[in-house]
Design a protein around this ligand. Structure first.
Ligand code: COA
Length: 260
């Protein structure tokens, strides 16, 4: 499939999705959000791709936010629609995908850019990365889940400070906060993420997708995550992956998971 604003490369069960609007520091306009939705949906349902890495083109920005030019003239209703549609198509969609998504944060991740990285299942940053939610400096608040996911990751007090000051944190600060898992030199970022992906690829894709579901349940209002875990755990015993995983262990060989 041909896209205008993103690049998708797939090799050995790993897809790299690159947001490709370098002249706008990869800012997320409506078209880019739609293309990302289409691409993630195709990859998630492909049966072939088992880990996705999302990153930005160039060495300066992951994503410098939602496209400010696009919403500058919006009214109240337009604003609500923008946030609701974006959350549905991209941010919530990504978070709930069964295929693991790693955000490779290769530079500025601001506003919608940090919100995109936070919707991914976990994050790795390059040493030049800078992250923040500067929306209040524009007179708006984060609208793509930032007020919810940032406190989940860094704690309420730090999230309050980051959002109120509209400031940026460095990659090392982000690691100390628990916002990113690793910080690596920029030139090594994608290979480092592929290395993590290679470890994930050894494991059961069915079990991984159910684990994502159970972990996410911890953050859903009115859902008992322990019950979700019990159900998903029980259902694991009915999968071909479970038979293969346990048989391979007992036969002292590496498992070749069918993904069913
Ligand atoms: N939306 C739309 N365009 C954006 C953008 C955004 N979020 N972020 C950057 N751009 C555009 C700039 O307008 C500029 O375009 P132009 O060359 O046509 O004028 C281009 O990307 C380069 O950005 P520039 O500001 O010149 O780069 P810089 O190195 O001086 O500054 C940043 C980099 C990231 C600090 C700065 O671009 C910035 O503050 N961006 C906005 C961040 C933000 O508030 N995001 C939250 C949005 S809700």
């Amino acid at each position: 499939m041909n896209y205008e604003n993103i690049l998708v490369e797939t090799s050995e069960n790993i897809a790299v999705v690159t947001i490709n609007r370098p002249t706008k520091l990869n800012a997320l306009n409506r078209a880019t959000i739609t293309e990302l939705h289409e691409a993630f949906k195709l990859l998630n349902n492909s049966g072939e791709v088992r880990v996705i890495i999302v990153t930005g083109t160039g060495d300066k920005a992951f994503v410098a936010g939602a496209d400010i030019a696009e919403f500058a003239n919006f009214n109240v209703e337009d604003g609500q629609k923008l946030a609701a549609l974006g959350q549905e198509l991209l941010f919530d969609y990504l978070q709930n995908m069964g295929t693991p998504v790693i955000a490779a944060v290769n530079g500025f991740a601001l506003g919608g850019g940090l919100e995109l990285a936070m919707a991914a299942h976990f994050r790795v940053a390059s040493d030049n990365a800078k992250m923040g939610l500067p929306e209040v400096s524009l007179g708006v608040i984060p609208g793509y889940g930032g007020t919810q996911r940032l406190p989940q990751l860094v704690g309420k007090g730090r999230a309050m400070e980051m959002i109120m000051t509209a400031g940026m944190v460095t990659a090392d600060e982000a690691k100390a906060y628990g916002l990113v898992n690793h910080v690596v030199p920029q030139a090594e970022l994608i290979d480092f993420c592929k290395g993590i992906a290679a470890k994930i690829l050894k494991n059961s894709p069915v079990a991984i997708s159910r684990a994502i579901e159970a972990i996410n349940a911890n953050y859903e209002d009115g859902v008992n995550g322990y019950n979700v875990e019990v159900t998903a755990f029980g259902e694991s015993f009915g999968t071909e992956d479970f038979k293969e995983g346990t048989t391979a262990f007992l036969e002292k060989r590496k498992a070749a998971f069918p993904g069913k």
